[in-house]
Design a protein around this ligand. Structure first.
Ligand code: ATP
Ligand code: MG
Length: 448
């Protein structure tokens, strides 16, 4: 059966123009994989037999960006968006385990496909010759199988990032490594240590969002511990606690998988219990982990910095890790206080973390915990729907109003505003100008 891919205007135009100029040209890699899987590709890469200078000539009337020209890539700045066109190429030697020592160009598609990492990523297509699939990628895709092009050990040793890419395809696409690939992933895991922190972090970030993340974290724990050695003591660490039926690492893997769609939540869940092994002690046959949340926070910061995670993300994740174990009461004043402390986005994340954490523990108190979280979320929704006040900037009086009402300038103005806010958060005062001014004057008189 011949396969037809429906291409957006930009790639269709580019293939057509190269074809008319007498060159072979194909869409290739991830976009073919995603199209065959019934997904919408997020980028379309094109490969061609035309050498780089010839690509430039064929598209002389189109603006071009050339930062990748050394590797044969010309980026066409089409009206519909940028489109990368790369000359068929082979790579020579990977002495540093990160990038090829050099590249050379070839006129044969199959040679270009052979340098690609996995069979599902080594397919190409054009309307004239149809699907080009010399390594059986289509069959692997249908079978949900991740297989290397060539020998796994060799391919992972060439470029350690492929290890994390492979685990990402497992986690996000459900492509399970075949036996040889799995063996290669474990055997070559140490290659990850050579890969740049940014590239590892970018893969980890995407991997954590996958539907199969629990299996991946459990089956390839040893691989993750090369990248994140601080997490290694969690593996097999029994909790000896009635709330837990899983060891710390398995609990973590389950919690990450329960984390929903926000990657910040998933990352925080990966790190939330990393301080547990160091906080453990036994009392009357029961395991305790007092202070583990702040210990986890203290460990998460340096770990994320080492991975070159963005500073703001690091701060947000550390805060969530620190608070993951602090009880949240489902009352309006309590939720107001949390809003004041964290703001809406972080509070929603914290609630998602509490939920995911609870779902990864033993079932006996689960219903009760989930009911409290449901209620907390409902209150949060109500508070946000009203024009509720959570911080000084929402307060219905400002410093100037207090001065006008006769309170003299000085540090007491800020103090009074803070007290008013506290009473509003506790729902002891409404957020209304007159009521607040009256209360401010009373407080001021009491103080003097
Ligand atoms: P996605 O775009 O969803 O991240 P992708 O497979 O398309 O996945 P890209 O980084 O866009 O990833 O790479 C495009 C193609 O280039 C891949 O499909 C693969 O054929 C090849 N490729 C990318 N990175 C590597 C690598 N480290 N080793 C070998 N081939 C690679
Ligand atoms: Mg891609």
């Amino acid at each position: 059966m011949s396969i037809f891919l429906s291409l957006p205007a930009g790639p269709a135009f580019t293939l057509d123009r190269l074809h008319r100029a007498g060159h072979d040209a194909f869409v290739v890699g991830g976009c073919v994989r995603d199209s065959l899987a019934g997904l919408v590709p997020h980028d379309w890469d094109i490969c061609t037999s035309a050498p780089p200078q010839e690509i430039c000539r064929v598209f002389a009337d189109i603006p071009q960006a050339l930062p990748g020209i050394e590797y044969g890539t010309v980026t066409l700045l089409l009206e519909s968006g940028p489109c990368e066109v790369t000359t068929f190429r082979v790579e020579q030697g990977y002495s540093d385990g990160r990038r090829p020592d050099g590249v050379s160009f070839t006129s044969r598609l199959e040679e270009d496909l052979a340098r690609r990492d996995f069979t599902v990523n080594a397919m190409a297509w054009n309307p004239w010759q149809g699907l080009q699939d010399p390594f059986g990628g289509q069959e692997d895709l249908t079978a949900g199988r991740l297989r290397c092009v060539g020998q796994p050990e060799v391919r992972f040793a060439e470029d350690g990032l492929r290890i994390l890419r492979g685990l990402r395809f497992y986690s996000c696409r459900g492509l399970v490594p075949d036996e040889e690939c799995a063996r290669g992933l474990h055997a070559e895991k140490h290659r990850l240590a050579r890969v740049s922190a940014e590239r590892c972090f970018a893969e980890l970030w995407r991997l954590l969002a996958g539907d199969q993340v629990e299996q991946v974290l459990n089956e390839y724990a040893d691989v993750f511990f090369v990248l994140l050695p601080e997490l290694a003591p969690m593996a097999g660490f029994e909790q000896h606690n009635p709330y837990h039926c899983l060891d710390v690492w398995r609990h973590t893997a389950r919690a990450v998988a329960n984390g929903g769609g926000d990657p910040v939540v998933r990352l925080a869940l990966l790190l939330h219990d990393m301080g547990k092994p160091a906080s453990f002690f036994m009392e009357d046959g029961v395991g305790h982990f007092y202070g583990h949340a702040s210990r986890s926070r203290d460990m998460a910061g340096p770990l994320l910095e080492r991975l070159h995670a963005p500073a703001r993300l690091t701060k947000e994740v550390c805060r969530l890790v620190e608070l993951h174990d602090t009880p949240i009461q489902a009352t309006r004043p309590a939720i107001r206080r949390w809003l004041n402390k964290l703001g809406e986005v972080q509070l929603r994340r914290l609630l998602a973390i509490h939920r995911a954490d609870a779902l990864a523990k033993t079932a006996h108190v689960l219903a009760q915990r989930l009911a409290i979280l449901d209620q907390a979320e409902e209150i949060l929704g109500e508070l946000l729907a009203g024009d509720a006040c959570f911080s000084l900037k929402d307060l219905a009086v400002k410093g100037g109003d207090l001065l006008t009402a006769g309170i003299p300038q000085g540090p007491q103005v800020g103090r009074l505003l803070q007290k008013l806010l506290e009473q509003v958060l506790a729902e002891q005062l409404p957020n209304q100008k007159e009521a607040l001014l009256r209360a401010a004057l009373e407080l001021h008189q009491k103080e003097n």
